[in-house]
Design a protein around this ligand. Sequence first.
Ligand code: FES
Length: 579
Amino acid sequence: MTGDSRPAGCPLRSAQWYGEQDRNGYIHRAWMRRGVPADAFDGRPQIAIANTAAGFTPCNAHLDELSASVSNGVYEAGGIPVDLPVVSLGETNVRPTAMLWRNMAAMAIEEMLRANPIDAVVLLGGCDKTIPSLTMAAASVDLPAVVVPGGPMLTGHFRGAPLGCGTDVWRLGEEVRAGTLSQEDFSASESAMIRSKGHCNTMGTASTMALVTEALGFIPRGVAGTPAPDARLLQASHEAGRLVVDMITQDRRPSTFLTKASFHNAIVALAAIGGSSNAVVHLLALAGRLGIEVSIDDFDRIGSRVPLLVNLQPAGKHLMDDLFRAGGLRAVLREVRDLLDPEALTVDGRPLVEGLEDAAIWDTEVIAPFDTPVQAEAGLVVVRGNLAPDGALVKPSAASPRLLNHRGRAVVFDSIEDFHSRVDDPDLDIDADSVMILRGCGPKGYPGMPEVSNMPLPRKLLEQGVRDMVRICDGRMSGTAYGTVVLHVSPEAAAGGPLAKVRTGDWVILDVENRLLAVDIADEELNAREPSPAAVAAFANPKRGWERLYVDHVQQAHTGADLDFLVGSSGSEVSRESH
Ligand code: FES
């Protein structure tokens, strides 16, 4: 194939670099040749493989293997694959929190896609923030783009029982603190948890974002959730290379197949799989890049009544390779097909719902049929009130039902450091009915909105057998975590939110059925209070660099926590150059 792959009357973008016979064309071609035949620049599409493989992102370290298969598919379809290593975020390594860097990664990827002679891009991600940053960037540039997710790791076992990567870390950690598991056994389980290449195998954020991104239409059907070591993922990568070349021919860009209907389907899928609450900030940010009106209330309106069909940790029992074996996302979508928008398209140009009749559940213990769900109404719920005027999230499927309607006395912590210094104090005035509140953990306050909302319970209560309490925070929660946690409180304390004014001893009301989160005092009294000086003193005040830019421009959780100047599209047009 040559330049025939371009849409009629629409020259390839890379022709602006390679198509001229002048000095600039010479420079662009000559420096890229290095053994590449001249006809690589005769109008063949140049395909970037945006690859988040990195040693410090162990969940993505195998993506170079997928990249090789993508390259084969691109070559086969007549394109020229070009490596584009991009900013990568390893969730377990990056300090202070990977979320601080999501927007930076998205901005850097967006600018590199714009700056280089690229006609289309294959996006390789896996670990939590990598698929969101890749898709946000691709949406803003709006070149043909397809995502290939790196896939979950295989299930590890310890002493005959499966270990859920992430969720069991929380559980085992609590057992050590409660004195029911020895430090030696805890340490011994460490080498068993990460059994293979791939990302976390619970329904954490990485698994959620892969599955939801396929439901959105950005990943070829049936690919998300394929375990990382499975040979079918290499095949899917090869086919994605072919597909992206075809997308150029069809001029199929994110703006042509991602619509409000796509987000509707993503929200239905998020609820049916019991996905991570982190998906909310990522989907809202992506919608903002595309200029599609999606609000936090859409997650409640569309998703809260959707039954939970997938029995995976942290809400349930199984792990991602069980889900794949049981039929995967397509089997889940088949069960909720009457709730899906049939108009929504995908990267292949066909509706998401097309072919769902061929999907089947092979193990109803892992994927429950619609009529006998794991839980009847399990999607995310948005609560509001004088503690969260712009909303906060509750994930009922990870909560204790008895605590979803609760009135308790607040025990307030002004920062995560304050929490750690006092939570295990035997003299801390707290009991099982108390409501633990942690502030200063929002996008601006920390900064970066860390996953600290599922505060560990006080040791003295754990020793009494308490395993869950109502916890409220303006931060996020790991998708692998569980508990009755009210999170993403917006506005956050550091942005003038009333969370900064609540005091230890106030009575707090959580009423999920009535969507209420309130402190039980008159609004006039709450408004008249000053923010806690200790909380204000703990808010981040970075002096330079990305953190300064971030704090000055990050938006609140209820709109996706993107930077205000990154919302929307930049497009792919870059007309100036300096040669
Ligand atoms: Fe990378 Fe969980 S730490 S996916």
